[in-house]
Design a protein around this ligand. Structure first.
Ligand SMILES: Nc1ncnc2c1ncn2[C@@H]1O[C@H](COP(=O)(O)OP(=O)(O)OP(=O)(O)O)[C@@H](O)[C@H]1O
Length: 312
C-alpha cells in the first residue's frame, strides 16, 4: 500500500491561459514535514490550495488518501492561510472555543485542548485578552492554533513565518515539530531556506510553477557537491586563475571556480584544509585579504538550479 497522503498527478492550473502550476506530479507521505520552497509567485500557495481542495486544477488528478480529493473530509485537514483570520472582538480562548464548536469537539475535550495549544504556542497569559490587543506575531500564532484545534492529521501552513520575529519563529518551529511527533503530516510553504532546511523531511523546490527538485535537504545540498564552501578574496584578483590552478591539488575538492572576483572552493572538511589552502596561496606570491567558510545551503541549490537567488 502506498504511504502517500496526497498525490498530485500532472496537475496544471491556468489563469487566463497562463499556467501558474505546470504539470506538477508529487506525493506527500504520511507523517512527514513536506516543504514547498520557492520565490514569490512560484506557485506554492496555488499548489497547496489545490492539494486541500480549495482550488480546482485546470487538469490533472489530486488524490487524498488514494481517493479523489473532492471527497475530502474537512476534519482531516487543518489549513493556516497566509492572512490572519480571527474574530478580533473575541478573546483568544473564545476564538478557539468558537472554531472548536464548529468541529463538534465535545466541551470538556475542547477546553482542555485549548489550554494545551495556548501553552504550546506561549499564549497562555493572553487567554482572556481580546485578539485585537495581540501583537502581529501573537496573532499569527493564534492563526495556527485555530488551524489545529480539531487535531487534523494533515496540517497545511502557508508561509507561517512571514512577519514573525526570531523568537516567535522558534516557537512556531517547535509547534510544527510537535505536530510531526503526533504523527501528523505537515505541508508548509516558505521562501526561507533555513526554515525549509531545518524543518522539512523533504523539500520540493519550485519555480515558475514547475517542480525543479524534490528530495531531503541533505540530498538536495549534495547536488552542488559534498562539503563546505570556502570563499577567498585575493589582494589582486588578476591572480585568481593562476591560484585556482594551484588549488586544484587540494584533496577532496569537489568544485572550484571564480565568482564576483572571488575564488570559491567546495570541499570536504574545509576547516582542516584551511592551513594548506593559505600556504598554497602565499607560496605562490599572492595575498589573501578575506576568507570565509560556510556549509552549503538550499539557497546554493536554488542558485545552482536556476542561476538566480531565492529572494530577488
Ligand atoms: N486568482 C488568481 N488569478 C490570477 N493569477 C493568480 C491568481 N492567484 C495566483 N495567481 C498568480 O499565480 C502565480 C503563483 O501565485 P502563488 O500565490 O501560488 O505563488 P506563491 O509561490 O505562493 O507566492 P508567494 O510566496 O508570494 O505567496 C502568481 O504569478 C500569481 O500572480
Amino acid at each position: 500500500m502506498s504511504d502517500a497522503v496526497i498525490e498530485l498527478q500532472n496537475v496544471v492550473k491556468k489563469y487566463d491561459k497562463i499556467a501558474v502550476v505546470n504539470n506538477l506530479s508529487l506525493e506527500v507521505k504520511k507523517g512527514e514535514i513536506f516543504g514547498f520552497l520557492g520565490p514569490n509567485g512560484a506557485g506554492k500557495s496555488t499548489s497547496i490550495n489545490m492539494m486541500v481542495g480549495l482550488l480546482k486544477p485546470t487538469s490533472g488528478n489530486i488524490l487524498f488518501n488514494g481517493k479523489d480529493s473532492s471527497y475530502l473530509d474537512e476534519k482531516e485537514i487543518g489549513i493556516c492561510p497566509q492572512d490572519v483570520v480571527l474574530w478580533n472582538n473575541l478573546t483568544c480562548f473564545e476564538n478557539l472555543y468558537m472554531i472548536g464548536k464548529m468541529y463538534d469537539i465535545p466541551k470538556k475535550t475542547l477546553k482542555e485542548r485549548i489550554l494545551v495549544i495556548l501553552e504550546k504556542l506561549h499564549l497562555t497569559d493572553k487567554k482572556d485578552e481580546l485578539v485585537s490587543s495581540l501583537s502581529g506575531g501573537m496573532k499569527r500564532r493564534m492563526n495556527i492554533a485555530m488551524a489545529t484545534i480539531h487535531n487534523p492529521s494533515v496540517v497545511v501552513l502557508d508561509e507561517p513565518s512571514e512577519g514573525l520575529d526570531p523568537q516567535s519563529r522558534r516557537l512556531l518551529w517547535d509547534y510544527i515539530l510537535h505536530q510531526k511527533e503526533l504523527g501528523h503530516t505537515v505541508i508548509l510553504t516558505t521562501h526561507l531556506m533555513d526554515e525549509a532546511d531545518m524543518l522539512s523531511d523533504r523539500v520540493a523546490i519550485i519555480d515558475h510553477g514547475q517542480l525543479l527538485k524534490l528530495d531531503t535537504p541533505k540530498k538536495l545540498k549534495q547536488i552542488i557537491g559534498n562539503g563546505d564552501t570556502v570563499q577567498l578574496e585575493l589582494d589582486n584578483s588578476e591572480d585568481n586563475t593562476k591560484i585556482i590552478n594551484k588549488l586544484k591539488s587540494i584533496a577532496d575538492l569537489n568544485n572550484i571556480f571564480e565568482a564576483d572576483e572571488k575564488i570559491i572552493l567546495v570541499l570536504l572538511d574545509a576547516v582542516k584544509k584551511l592551513p594548506d589552502i593559505i600556504h598554497l596561496v602565499e607560496s605562490n606570491d599572492s595575498k589573501i585579504v578575506d576568507i570565509s567558510i560556510r556549509q552549503n545551503t538550499l539557497e546554493d541549490v536554488f542558485i545552482e538550479l536556476t542561476g538566480r537567488q531565492l529572494r530577488e
